[in-house]
Design a protein around this ligand. Structure first.
Ligand code: NAI
Ligand code: MG
Length: 359
């Protein structure tokens, strides 16, 4: 009998709805070939909702979402709402509330995608980022004292718990083990003399359980340099919340731009739904014009199917996406093309029929 999936869709702001529409289109095109069905429920949360209700999502939003198998998110943020309010009102509460402690971001250069580095081949850029997603620098703890006075000051505290740090390392080591690859941990223990010294020591402690995995610890500044100069030296990378956030945007540039970078916010224990999204923002500069590249959103949808256990469906989505990228026949303007978001989605759907027979 038919497996039935319930997906909550939060298209959000800006280009969010344009790109998630294409992801859903591709998911629906796959349905006829597989023994499962999908129900999409759309939640109108985001900045428009905020203007109407003074909140980014329903008060019982998490409770509503908890009934779903997964969440498919577009992007959150609009110039009419301060970014820290929109982020802390929707995205971060879901990541934290659902204990989605892994932010998985594949930085892979697909053949045909425009890498800004010279002489880099697709096989040279294939990095799986495992970013801590619930604490660290984004713990949300701090203060703002004496506002408006001469001695005003702020503090923002990072939090690294043993539980939170150990579990992200273990997840990263397991990924490295699965892929028979090396693991790099990103640090800054020379300057951050409490948090990152602790981070390093826990990394070395967990590493003892994985004697066959080659490891290295690199400072984040050196890491940024090496990602540009020698991207081939990285397989799996584990990073704290802030460092992972920054380095994966650099990674997105290496893989051809924000239009290619996808991510999953994973609750590995599966006691809450996981959430999949393109890692780009709402791109207010191009919203509503059909200019947004939907590859990242389609890639995120493929990651979602893989997480749900539909490995074959996920593979076919990725094959169709790779074919579309490689052909370069239908591309949005960020890639030098003349086609719309929708036309690119249509092309991926068309290519599903082609790759299906070879899968
Ligand atoms: P952004 O990722 O929205 O845009 C950066 C640049 O990349 C812009 O020039 C944009 O046009 C371009 N771009 C992004 N996605 C693209 C796509 N799919 N196709 C073609 N071009 C694309 O980042 P920015 O400008 O820093 O932030 C805009 C808003 O998005 C802010 O409100 C910010 O807080 C929010 N944001 C939300 C995120 C999320 O929901 N996960 C992540 C990052 C930012
Ligand atoms: Mg980011």
């Amino acid at each position: 009998d038919l497996t039935h999936y319930r997906i909550a869709v939060i298209a959000g702001d800006g280009i969010g709805s344009e790109v998630t529409s294409e992801g859903i289109k591709v998911l629906e095109a796959l349905l006829e070939s597989f023994e499962y069905s999908i129900d999409f429920d759309f939640f109108p949360w985001g900045c428009e909702y905020y203007h109407e209700h003074q909140r980014m999502m329903d008060e019982d939003g998490l409770k509503k979402l908890s009934a779903f198998d997964a969440i498919y998110l577009g992007a959150v943020g609009d110039p009419s709402v301060p970014d820290h309010l929109s982020l802390w009102g929707l995205l971060l509460p879901i990541r934290k509330g659902f204990d989605q402690y892994v932010n998985l971001r594949p930085i892979k250069l697909l053949p045909g995608a425009p890498c800004p580095l010279k002489d880099q081949k697709p096989e040279d850029i294939d990095i799986l980022f495992v970013r801590e997603n619930t604490e660290g620098e984004y713990a949300g703890i701090g203060s703002f004292l004496n506002k408006g006075k001469e001695d005003e000051k702020t503090e923002q505290t990072s939090v690294f718990t043993r539980k939170g740090t150990e579990r992200i390392f273990r997840y990263a080591f397991e990924e490295a083990k699965k892929k028979r690859k090396s693991l790099t941990a990103v640090t800054k223990s020379n300057a951050l003399n409490y948090s990152m010294v602790y981070w390093d020591s826990l990394f070395q402690e967990v590493a003892k359980d994985y004697p066959n995995i080659e490891t290295q610890l690199l400072h984040v500044d050196a890491m940024a340099m090496h990602m540009v100069k020698h991207p081939k030296m990285f397989d799996v990378v584990v990073a704290s919340n802030l460092f992972g956030d920054i380095l994966t945007d650099l990674g997105a540039a290496l893989q051809g731009g924000m239009g290619f970078a996808a991510g999953g916010n994973i609750n590995p224990k599966r006691d809450y739904p996981s959430m999949f999204e393109p890692i780009h923002g709402s791109a207010p500069d191009i919203k509503g014009k059909g200019l947004a590249n939907p590859f990242a959103a389609i890639w995120a949808a493929a990651m979602m199917m893989s997480h749900l256990g539909e490995i074959q469906a996920s593979k076919i989505m990725m094959k169709a996406l790779r074919l579309t990228v490689a052909q370069k026949a239908v591309q949005t303007p960020d890639l030098g093309g003349i086609h719309s978001t929708r036309e690119v989605g249509d092309e991926v759907v068309k290519n599903i029929a082609i790759v299906k027979d070879t899968a």
